[in-house]
Design a protein around this ligand. Sequence first.
Ligand SMILES: Cc1cc2nc3c(=O)[nH]c(=O)nc-3n(C[C@H](O)[C@H](O)[C@H](O)COP(=O)(O)OP(=O)(O)OC[C@H]3O[C@@H](n4cnc5c(N)ncnc54)[C@H](O)[C@@H]3O)c2cc1C
Ligand SMILES: NC(=O)c1ccc[n+]([C@@H]2O[C@H](COP(=O)([O-])OP(=O)(O)OC[C@H]3O[C@@H](n4cnc5c(N)ncnc54)[C@H](OP(=O)(O)O)[C@@H]3O)[C@@H](O)[C@H]2O)c1
Ligand code: SF4
Ligand code: SF4
Length: 512
Amino acid sequence: MAFAITQTCCNDATCVSVCPVNCIRPTPEEQAFGSTEMLHIDPETCIDCGACADACPVDAVFPVDSLPAGQQEYAAMNAAYFERTEAEGEAEAQDTGDGSGPNFHPWGEPVFDRVLPSDFGPLRVAIVGTGPAGMYAAQDLLLHTRAEVTLIDRLPTAGGLIRYGVAPDHPATKKIGDTFARFLTHPRVRLHLGLDVGRDITPEELAAHHDAVVYAVGAAADRRLGIPGEDRVGSLSATDFVAWYNGHPDVAPDAVDLSTERVVVVGNGNVALDVARLLVSDPETLTGTEIARYALAELRRSKVREVVLLGRRGPDDAAYTRPELLALKHLPEVDLVVDDHDPRVGAVVDGSRPNGKAAVLRDVAREAVDWSVPPDASGRRRIVLRFLSTPLELCGDADLRAVRATGGDGELLIPAGLALRAIGYRGVPQTGLPYDEATGTVPHERGRVTGTAGAYVVGWIKRGPSGGIGANRVCAAETVGTLLADAVAGALPAPTAGTKRFHRLARRRSHR
Ligand SMILES: Cc1cc2nc3c(=O)[nH]c(=O)nc-3n(C[C@H](O)[C@H](O)[C@H](O)COP(=O)(O)OP(=O)(O)OC[C@H]3O[C@@H](n4cnc5c(N)ncnc54)[C@H](O)[C@@H]3O)c2cc1C
Ligand SMILES: NC(=O)c1ccc[n+]([C@@H]2O[C@H](COP(=O)([O-])OP(=O)(O)OC[C@H]3O[C@@H](n4cnc5c(N)ncnc54)[C@H](OP(=O)(O)O)[C@@H]3O)[C@@H](O)[C@H]2O)c1
Ligand code: SF4
Ligand code: SF4
């Protein structure tokens, strides 16, 4: 029968370590792990023990004969990963690293890549940010050392983008928050919510009371298009839109007006797909999720019939992942259409290799969309994928009326009352830390902040705003490894005060 991994996989590799026959690929030791969209189970080797399904924090693993509706394709997708030709990477899919074949763990001499500092007192480490990066760092420190951890977040609720980013119609993904939450009450953890480092407490105060400070502050801002009209009413960042439907305290309940029939979303990443899906989904399917009550009310009043996704690249090179695109094909009562404005789009879809992103679109309708015709108010809602198209201007008076965009059919106006730029997040400068303006990150060497002894970075503020939840696990392991090596080398500056005093200070200044 075999098991298969499905859409919600976040690549954290928890399943890899519990599989008794080592049939889940790629493993974190393999090069392909860095770029894979998800992990896969080899149906030929799987012995149906179910250990991976029990261990998966986001309920992504199912027996193939009981895959949920809309996820049946994953049986074939898992199997196809192992059927690829040698040229396409069979070696990479099968390689265990020691040439012993896929069925055996490569047990060799134990390798200790980390010296545990057991000959001195417990380290006192502050972690700023309770998103996945901060929580993986905390987990690593708590499970592998005797460190005492101070966890801090500026928001009143822990979780970072698990709470305020992941879409409410992905409850399985949000469940990873439960795994992280177990560490919030660990006996060696002190948690301070509603405490903004830089505003309520200075980095110097933090450093003075701890051996090391790990900054896991994410990438809170958004990128700008730099085109005329970007500040018109009706032009919003997806960062704000996502924060709005997730009830983020920084975004006002009335920040979004859905009284328009057409929305243009600029960008082709998974965030663009999230916001498009939320805009056309039946609001009743969101009842009982973590969506903000006012957002659900606005979605119920919504006049939106059509969402146009503007992607500047072609269908094989889009930034979204295949599982998230596949999910759009299965949205109840919603049509998915490819705008046939440029012959290159259809050619790429027809000529795509079976595992390519464009292949997902082979059975999707193509239409030369007539933008002068308003979306069909009586018909089903739909998402239009317009590839090879770039926005030039957000046009209108005070309010947005249309998006001027390029395409195979020349420049044209797409009438719309709301434009969301989903073109990526961006890190913001942190008080007391260096900052690379070009990348929006803090310069570092393997997680150690350049030129700032005792300060470390992890997650999106370290790598830039890309990669799913699981990517932060590997990232945290590197940073914690560097921190511990520095501790052993005596390279951490000595704190000048105890943590008890810090906790008193933090309680006084917290805005919780
Ligand atoms: C909209 C969206 C949806 C996503 N959905 C998925 C998904 O379904 N599956 C998936 O695998 N990945 C998803 N991702 C990616 C995933 O969320 C990221 O990989 C991950 O959250 C990055 O972790 P982080 O800890 O670096 O940042 P964050 O999660 O942003 O955490 C940063 C934390 O730091 C806190 N902070 C910031 N500044 C300060 C300060 N000065 N003082 C105190 N605290 C501070 C913030 O409040 C926040 O809690 C999504 C990303 C986005 C943007
Ligand atoms: N369900 C999930 O698993 C999930 C959900 C949400 C987010 N995430 C992850 O979170 C990370 C961030 O996602 P994201 O969507 O914010 O970023 P992203 O994947 O980097 O996508 C950004 C998109 O914006 C486009 N873009 C950038 N600048 C542009 C410009 N000036 N004009 C037009 N288009 C522009 C990019 O095009 P180019 O590709 O041409 O640069 C790309 O299509 C990703 O790793 C994503 O996978 C995962
Ligand atoms: S989310 Fe983690 S445990 Fe679940 S299938 Fe993906 S890699 Fe395995
Ligand atoms: S069901 Fe068991 S054998 Fe099959 S992939 Fe999962 S852990 Fe491995």
